[in-house]
Design a protein around this ligand. Structure first.
Ligand SMILES: *Cc1c(COP(=O)(O)O)cnc(C)c1O
Length: 388
């Protein structure tokens, strides 16, 4: 009995398990990869084509274009939409760097707007005040598995004749009123980086769009801007194809995704039930949205002490994101006026959230006992005065 209790206390809770998706599907995965190797169809082969069709069906869009990474997806949709030097693109500083890096690479200027303190997504009301005559596009990031407040954002874009480009890297299967990411804009980019809800055995990405002309341009830019005829070029492009082996791997995993997403929701429900009433902010889902819990984030004003406390109990947690983009050297010049004031400045909410946010383990290959163990440990911490 005593030994059993000890074991329970020492239960290890890893934040990610990138091999678990493979383990669950090992046989199918190995045979499909071998099949590609033996077929010689290595470049934009049958798995690329089929995966695009399957992804377009999942996201209810007319087109899907497979690319090498989520970052390439963002780069290419910006090029295809004509974002370039002299343009401003409004986005959030509370994101993974790729959202901003790709804007800068087009020659456009990123304009940072603060986030909603409940959802951590860009605050649509504040977007309005950031629009100038040079604004070309708004790039919302659907962070952690929940869409931005899409309706007011679309109304604003329509009123001011701006385009929306979605960073949906963390929002596969995320919807508003049943409509998935990719249906609220000119185009959206998704990522299959290994730790995303659907992860390749390496890199992968996808563009979706409902516009024929954008789709055609993206397809061309993906292969050096080549037109219908080989070695004739219509656009400046890249080598940004999705590797055929990755397409094959992703096709094996895709049918499992709904089950894996449902498991994330089950774990989230346990967190909500167990952690309610503690001095923590729990995730908030906007009316009409679903949440696919790419991450389950809490806010605590004793965040660093809580993370250390969990670490001692072999519970991993992560900080997304510890330092907002405008504080990193390549992006300092884009920091808005007054943002040195981290308490009352224009990005004050981003600053506070960066200091208080903590992602708890939620990947689908954990079990409920592990999630309950995380909860029990957080409750124990809450009753202590560590870090107070
Ligand atoms: C992962 C991610 C990307 C980039 O995707 P890669 O496939 O790693 O290039 C872009 N934006 C956000 C918000 C992401 O989380």
């Amino acid at each position: 009995m005593g030994a059993a209790v000890k074991v329970a206390q020492r239960m290890r809770v890893p934040f990610y398990d990138v091999k678990a998706q493979y383990d669950e599907l090992a046989q199918e995965m190995e045979s499909t990869v071998l099949d590609v190797m033996r077929s010689g169809g290595y470049v934009l082969g049958k798995h690329n084509k089929a995966f695009e069709a399957e992804f377009a069906a999942l996201h209810q869009t007319k087109h899907a274009i497979a690319v090498h990474s989520g970052t390439d997806a963002l780069r290419i949709i910006m090029d295809a939409a004509g974002v370039g030097p002299g343009d401003e693109v409004i986005t959030t500083p509370f994101t993974f760097v790729a959202s901003v890096e790709t804007i800068v690479q087009t020659g456009a200027t990123p304009v940072f707007v603060d986030i909603d303190p409940r959802t951590f997504n860009i605050d649509v009301e504040k977007v309005r005040a950031a629009i100038t005559p040079r604004t070309k596009a708004i790039l919302p990031v659907h962070l952690f598995g929940q869409l931005v407040d899409v309706k007011p954002l679309m109304e604003l874009a329509c009123e001011r004749e701006l385009i929306i480009l979605e960073d949906a890297a963390q929002a596969i299967e995320s919807t508003h009123e049943g409509k998935p990411a990719g249906n609220f804009s000119v185009a959206a980019g998704f990522s299959f980086y290994v730790t995303k809800n659907l992860g390749a055995a390496g890199d992968g990405g996808m563009i979706v769009t409902n516009y024929d002309d954008i789709a055609e341009r993206c397809r061309s830019i993906r292969i050096h801007g080549m037109g219908r005829e080989r070695y004739y070029y219509d656009h400046l492009g890249y080598t940004a194809r999705l590797d055929e082996i990755q397409a094959a791997v992703l096709r094996v995993k895709l049918p499992k995704l709904p089950e894996w997403t449902a498991r994330r929701a089950e774990f989230a429900a346990i967190y909500f039930e167990e952690l309610e009433g503690l001095d923590l902010q729990l995730p908030y889902t906007l009316p009409g949205n679903n949440h696919t819990y790419h991450q389950f984030n809490i806010l605590s004003d004793r965040r660093d002490a809580l993370q250390a406390f969990l670490k001692e109990r072999e519970i991993d947690s992560m900080i997304y994101y510890p330092v907002p983009i405008h504080h990193h050297s390549p992006y300092l010049k884009f920091a808005p006026e007054g943002s040195e004031d981290r308490v009352n400045g224009p990005l004050a909410i981003t600053e506070r959230v960066s200091n208080e946010i903590l992602a708890l383990p939620i990947h689908p290959h954990l079990n409920k006992d592990q999630i309950r163990h995380v909860c029990a440990s957080i409750k124990e911490f809450a009753q202590s005065t560590v870090g107070a």
